[in-house]
Write a protein that binds this ligand. Sequence first.
Ligand SMILES: C[C@@]1(CC(=O)O)c2cc3[nH]c(cc4nc(cc5[nH]c(cc(n2)[C@H]1CCC(=O)O)[C@@](C)(CC(=O)O)[C@@H]5CCC(=O)O)C(CC(=O)O)=C4CCC(=O)O)c(CCC(=O)O)c3CC(=O)O
Ligand SMILES: NC(=O)C1=CN([C@@H]2O[C@H](COP(=O)(O)OP(=O)(O)OC[C@H]3O[C@@H](n4cnc5c(N)ncnc54)[C@H](O)[C@@H]3O)[C@@H](O)[C@H]2O)C=CC1
Length: 191
Amino acid sequence: MAYFPAFLKFDDKSILIVGGGYVALEKLEHLLNFSSNITLIARDFSDKVKALIDENSLTYFKKDYQIGDAKGFDIVIAAIDDFSLQESIYFETRDYNNTLCNCVDLQKYCDFIFPAYIKKGDLTVAISTSGSSPAFAKNFKEYLKNLIPSSVEDFLKEVKALRTTMPKGRERMEFLDKKAKDYIKSWSKDS
Ligand SMILES: C[C@@]1(CC(=O)O)c2cc3[nH]c(cc4nc(cc5[nH]c(cc(n2)[C@H]1CCC(=O)O)[C@@](C)(CC(=O)O)[C@@H]5CCC(=O)O)C(CC(=O)O)=C4CCC(=O)O)c(CCC(=O)O)c3CC(=O)O
Ligand SMILES: NC(=O)C1=CN([C@@H]2O[C@H](COP(=O)(O)OP(=O)(O)OC[C@H]3O[C@@H](n4cnc5c(N)ncnc54)[C@H](O)[C@@H]3O)[C@@H](O)[C@H]2O)C=CC1
């Protein structure tokens, strides 16, 4: 089955990252753009992970993971260099209702996967290769990033305001569709 692309609301979600090395850092950096309700558990934290923990006043536990630690979290990321612990955390979360688990080495034990993404104001572009090539996702993101001008932030602010003031209906739909089309067309003229 293919992955369904969706944008999740994190406001009331608690996140646990198990691991404090390179991959935990990557996941943490990405998640911090969307939530600060993040707890970390690891035997050791790298200096960069520790710096982000301090900067964002995150809760952390420097210890070996123990069964039961994931209980109560909505989202669990198993970012340890230990496949059997990743597997065990995944099966542990099956006992908890509604907990989504991501195991960084074992795609079959991922309820969701991380995309590469571009965020410019209210625009988010997420890219996935369904796990076929994370390196392609990363480099394609860099390619696309250069195609999107930073003026998109102001454009989206402008149309957002228009959508609250103009009455709903066919006229508004056609107006906004043409405005978006013309704005994107103007990119090729600018370059
Ligand atoms: C399935 C998935 C699960 C998940 O992590 O959610 C997964 C799994 C694995 N990644 C591996 C390797 C690498 N991952 C990256 C980078 C990223 N990986 C990300 C996502 C995902 N990685 C999910 C699928 C995404 C999709 O749909 O394509 C990104 C996009 C998002 C993010 O991390 O937030 C982020 C780029 C973000 C950015 O920069 O924008 C690089 C490149 C680099 O680090 O420079 C490499 C080395 C090159 C290569 O292998 O391609 C390995 C093998 C480990 C090994 O070989 O030891 C596994 C496990 C396996 O495949 O078995
Ligand atoms: N999904 C992805 O995007 C990618 C996944 N990987 C995979 O991610 C895994 C982790 O890689 P790195 O972060 O580079 O490793 P790392 O060695 O930098 O970090 C591992 C972390 O796990 C912690 N840890 C290990 N056993 C533990 C335990 N029992 N309890 C608590 N903490 C424990 C360590 O203290 C350390 O903080 C590797 O197996 C690698 O194959 C690698 C690249 C990308």
